[in-house]
Design a binder for this molecule. Structure first.
Ligand SMILES: Nc1ncnc2c1ncn2[C@@H]1O[C@H](COP(=O)(O)OP(=O)(O)OP(=O)(O)O)[C@@H](O)[C@H]1O
Ligand SMILES: CC(=O)N[C@H]1[C@@H]2OC[C@@H](O2)[C@@H](O)[C@@H]1O[C@H](C)C(=O)O
Length: 375
């Protein structure tokens, strides 16, 4: 059982993320006051089984109905399993699983029952992080940037730099650490860069029954088909000014652009598209960044990383180079954001989601009191 959340001082917060790759639940503890990172704590991972992944996949793009309910139950159960392993935690930040994201349309949907988790675990749970931002006209994503600002301070960055997350979707955060906090205009610029691993994973699954192109082995032997790459870059998304965000399957028709290609060329071309989206996105950085630190599963794909290195004129490397954990950064982000919500601090702003003013989203559910909106 955790302590009562105080108004100041360090909180041990446990964050959990079920990302767009549908691979599993990442969970990680951090100690923070909602501004500074004091320490990183234990981590855990709970993979989805093949059957569970299929259940989630079949609910993607749906807003209600039995598939959504089944997915939500599965997400809540998987989180309860992994989160109950942790001890000495004060607060939980529960992202849930995004099934649909249409910020300028029907909204954004992250499934999983935060109130039920709170009651099962006996701890306050912060959840539904994105809805308020969307309701106020923001993209609702990406939300990790306020945490990236704290990470830049934690690593002692002095110059503008970028964090690049290569998950199912890619997202980039430009951080200028000369500002005092993430709320300051100009401290952050963030947006989704395009699809990252999702199209490669989908093609590998459809053609070869494999979940990913492990270590870029197939792409390494293929050639990028430039015609398909040009068609991809002609998509209106790439001409839009940031902030901007994507749903996992917004670019699922990319697979059609490579349908005539052999497996190696098709995967190489989809990998090249992911890299090209990032390269295009880098043009929006207000100043040239001193380095790009890469997080998410795509940093383990040497072919994708090499494509980025040859096209970008600043050092590109995994976040492990500065002592961060690229498998856990998103879970840590939602642990950090939970503390900000509990303390009434904003979690997004004009530079990160395009919302017109700072927003502190999120719902706080406590086991005793039920649901309380806001921090
Ligand atoms: N060794 C590897 N070689 C190639 N690709 C890899 C490797 N390891 C992981 N990946 C890719 O990374 C993906 C998982 O990335 P990650 O866990 O960052 O995604 P996510 O958090 O679910 O997505 P998002 O950040 O969009 O929510 C896998 O689906 C796979 O495509
Ligand atoms: C709607 C949604 O869940 N978006 C995710 C997704 O995965 C990567 C990218 O698209 C990013 O915008 C976001 O996640 C990260 C954690 C974020 O909010 O920062």
């Amino acid at each position: 059982m955790g302590r009562v959340i105080s108004k100041s001082g360090a909180i041990r917060s446990l964050g959990a993320m079920s990302g767009t790759s549908l691979d599993g639940v990442d969970a990680a503890v951090i100690e923070t006051d909602g501004q500074e990172i004091f320490d990183f704590g234990p981590i855990a991972y709970r993979a989805y089984s093949e059957e569970e992944r299929e259940t989630l996949r079949s609910a993607l793009g749906q807003w209600h109905g039995s598939k959504v309910d089944t997915a939500a139950e599965l997400v809540t159960r998987a989180h309860a399993e992994v989160l109950s392993e942790f001890e000495e935690v004060d607060l939980i930040g529960f992202h849930g699983q995004t099934l649909a994201h249409e910020p300028r349309g029907r909204g954004t949907l992250q499934v999983g029952d935060g109130l039920g988790l709170s009651q099962a675990l006996g701890l306050p749970v912060v959840w539904d992080f994105r809805s308020d931002d969307v309701a106020l006209g923001g993209e609702g994503a990406p939300l990790a940037p306020f945490f990236h600002f704290a990470c830049a301070k934690w690593i002692g960055a002095q110059e503008p730099m970028c964090f690049l997350n290569l998950g199912g979707v890619g997202n980039l955060t430009y951080v200028d650490p000369s500002f005092d906090g993430p709320e300051a205009p100009g401290a952050l610029l963030a947006f989704d860069t395009g699809p990252a691993n999702a199209p490669v994973d989908d093609l590998m699954q459809a053609r070869l029954g494999l979940p990913m192109d492990q270590d870029g082995e197939l792409a390494r032997g293929g050639t990028v088909e430039t015609g398909a790459l040009e068609l991809f870059l002609a998509e209106p998304f790439f001409n839009r000014m940031p902030p901007k965000s994507l749903d996992r399957n917004d670019f699922s028709e990319m697979i059609d652009l490579v349908k005539e290609l052999n497996d190696a060329d098709a995967v190489a071309t989809l990998t090249g598209m992911s890299a090209a989206g990032v390269v295009q996105g880098m043009e929006h950085c207000p100043k040239p960044p001193s380095r790009i630190l890469v997080t998410g599963g795509g940093r383990k794909n040497p072919v994708l990383m090499e494509m980025l290195r040859v096209s970008l004129d600043c050092p590109v490397g995994p976040v492990e180079a500065v002592g961060l954990d690229g498998d856990m950064l998103e879970a840590q982000a939602f642990a950090y954001l939970a503390v900000r919500v509990a303390r009434g601090l904003p979690t997004s702003g004009p530079g990160t989601t395009g919302v017109s003013a700072l927003v502190g989203g999120g719902v706080v559910s406590s086991p005793a009191r039920g649901e309380v909106v806001g921090g």
